[in-house]
Design a protein around this ligand. Structure first.
Ligand code: KPL
Length: 293
């Protein structure tokens, strides 16, 4: 198939490399202004992929968007006239809130949402390390995408394990709960994920999770507070040596994904008139840090 990866950061480069190895024609769309881009995964030989070629984008059957959430709407607004109306658009990023905008922006295209737990680390601009095996879930965000379950075979063949989720929003909410718990705290304190096991964070973590759980239930997601707490704890342990993406954004003075993580939670909480003071305070703390730059 012809597949374009829009925003080849760590996760995008990982998928570009695996999809290319599985026999697909993979092209990139990136902020680098060059006709080709090299991508190396682990110790494998480097691949040279086409970059920013409007014709290649036009011929793509699948557009895998691995941009960070704050960039999705702006970039797709700029390139949508190069994208065929039947091309399947897949959004794969941390946080929630982009899908509604893209549904309106590109009403003809089947829209699929994805979440992945694969670990990827960008060692250098063109070199990605596959640091942990994970699982990828795909699911329909609009009516047309309900016929896109075939994507599971395409993606599974490249990088297992991939499954179709009939309620992808529920899977995204579970990931949002993990990100609400881990990302702001590690970013504010500039610590690794594993340091959240310290007793000083126990009450705060519990309060974050309890607030998220109430909002999830109001949104119609089957959430149980103790299960969410176990899930967060498992991720903290499994990624204990890692810095979260928000910790890295703040450390490098880049705008974070806070509006699409805790910010999305606050919007939903407001809609249901649910008080979420702990998450509200974390949101403000991140905003204050970002405003200092
Ligand atoms: O998704 C993550 C992130 O850093 O954004 C977690 C799961 C918290 C791993 O670090």
């Amino acid at each position: 198939m012809n597949i374009s990866i829009v925003g080849p950061g760590a996760i995008g480069s990982l998928w570009a490399s695996y999809l290319h190895d599985a026999g697909h024609r993979v092209c990139l769309w990136s902020r680098q202004n060059t006709a080709t881009l090299a991508i190396q995964r682990d110790d494998y030989p480097s691949l040279l992929l086409m970059n920013n070629d409007p014709q290649a984008l036009q011929q793509s059957d699948i557009i895998l968007v691995t941009l960070k959430a704050p960039l999705v709407e702006r970039v797709l607004t700029n390139i949508r006239h190069h994208i065929a109306p039947e091309a399947v658009v897949i959004l794969m990023h941390n946080g929630m809130g982009t899908a509604d905008k893209i549904k309106t922006l590109m009403p003809e295209n089947p829209l699929v949402l994805a979440t992945t737990t694969h670990g990827a680390y960008r060692k250098a601009a063109n070199h990605v390390l596959h640091t942990g095996q994970g699982k990828t879930l795909l699911g329909a965000a609009n009516h047309k995408a309900k016929q896109c379950e075939f994507l599971v075979d395409v993606f599974n063949h490249a990088l297992a394990e991939v499954a179709w989720h009939d309620e992808i929003e529920h899977a995204l909410w579970n990931k949002l709960a993990i990100n609400c718990a881990i990302n702001p705290l590690t970013a504010i304190h500039q610590i690794r994920n594993g340091e959240l096991t310290r007793t000083e964070f126990r009450d705060q973590l519990q309060s974050i999770i309890s607030e998220v759980c109430r909002v999830m239930q109001a949104e119609g997601v089957d959430a149980i507070e103790t299960n969410l707490a176990v899930m967060v704890d498992q991720v903290i342990h499994a990624t204990s040596n890692n810095f979260s993406s928000m910790e890295q954004d703040i450390a490098h003075q880049r705008a974070s994904e806070i509006d699409f993580i805790t910010g999305y939670l606050l919007k939903c909480a407001n809609k249901h008139k649910i008080g979420v003071p702990t998450n509200q305070a974390l949101f403000q703390a991140i905003k204050q840090i970002e405003q200092r730059w």
